[in-house]
Design a protein around this ligand. Structure first.
Ligand code: ATP
Length: 246
């Protein structure tokens, strides 16, 4: 737990993600990343110098087989309010609209519904489970497929809704999230979505993995380049940093 908290604390401090009195909605899909994020923020609440509250929000996608009651039990154990919003996003995309590009529309619909639910719960911030590998892969995807140097930002203020998105796992590598989820037996909810993930992202993931074999530390250097350049919003404020975990 200490190591996870140290990754999260560093990100939160470097990018001023949390301010005194914040009420933060944690987007919980039921996947390993957002469950790990939920646990880490719930624990951080106890000792972070700025006092903040969290609320967990799940948008149910309209698949009857997804059972979120174990997530409810986790929230009860952590002392976190849990809000489940029933939606029909899955069936709308696959059965009614038969979308050719389902992932893009699904992400857009989820974003809109999550931000609305957060506002309704009195939250001006939404925490998302993007981790270190998501950052590097998103940057490479954008470079290779769009010819652009860009990546989502650690903190994004959305002026249309007044919501600020934060990404406290951005220093936490995926392998670590996976082992944390296994060690803490997080209640991962199987997602029956028929779209088989984002294949371009998987290609980039595989490419980075194979390049790492001859160039160890490559992902760290790519991430470092994003901060050193820096891309917009990525310059870290290291003045209040706890040490980096080994
Ligand atoms: N149905 C949902 N309800 C609430 N929040 C969601 C939902 N889907 C996604 N999110 C939030 O958006 C983030 C990014 O979504 P994405 O689909 O890329 O997740 P992911 O990389 O598969 O992560 P996870 O392991 O948490 O599912 C998630 O980590 C989570 O915080």
């Amino acid at each position: 737990m200490q190591k996870m908290l140290s990754y999260v604390r560093r990100a939160v401090d470097h990018y001023h993600m949390i301010e005194e009195g914040d009420r933060i909605a944690v987007g919980v899909s039921g996947g390993k990343d957002s469950l790990a994020l939920l646990v880490a923020l719930a624990k951080l609440r106890a000792f972070y110098p700025q006092k903040f509250e969290i609320v967990a929000i799940t948008l149910e996608m309209g698949y009857a087989e997804m059972d979120f009651s174990p997530v409810q039990a986790l929230c009860d154990e952590l002392g976190v309010e849990y809000i489940r919003i029933p939606t029909q996003i899955g069936p709308i995309i696959f059965d009614i609209r038969k979308e050719e590009n389902p992932c893009a529309l699904c992400a857009k619909m989820r974003r809109g519904a999550l931000h609305e639910a957060a506002k309704a719960a009195g939250c001006k911030k939404v925490a998302l489970g993007h981790h270190f590998d998501d950052v590097v892969e998103t940057y490479m995807l954008s470079l290779f497929y769009e010819g652009r140097i860009s990546c989502f930002q650690p903190v994004t203020f959305l002026d249309r809704t007044g919501i600020t998105l934060i990404r406290p796992l951005l220093y936490t590598p995926e392998y670590y999230v996976r082992s944390f989820a296994a060690r803490h037996v997080l209640p991962i909810v199987h997602n029956p979505c028929p779209a088989d993930g984002n294949t371009k992202r998987q290609e980039i993931k595989d490419l980075l993995k194979s390049l790492e074999q001859t160039m160890p530390g490559l992902r760290e250097r790519i991430f470092g380049a994003i901060q050193r350049y820096p891309l917009k919003g990525w310059a870290p404020d290291r003045t209040r940093t706890p040490k980096r975990p080994k």
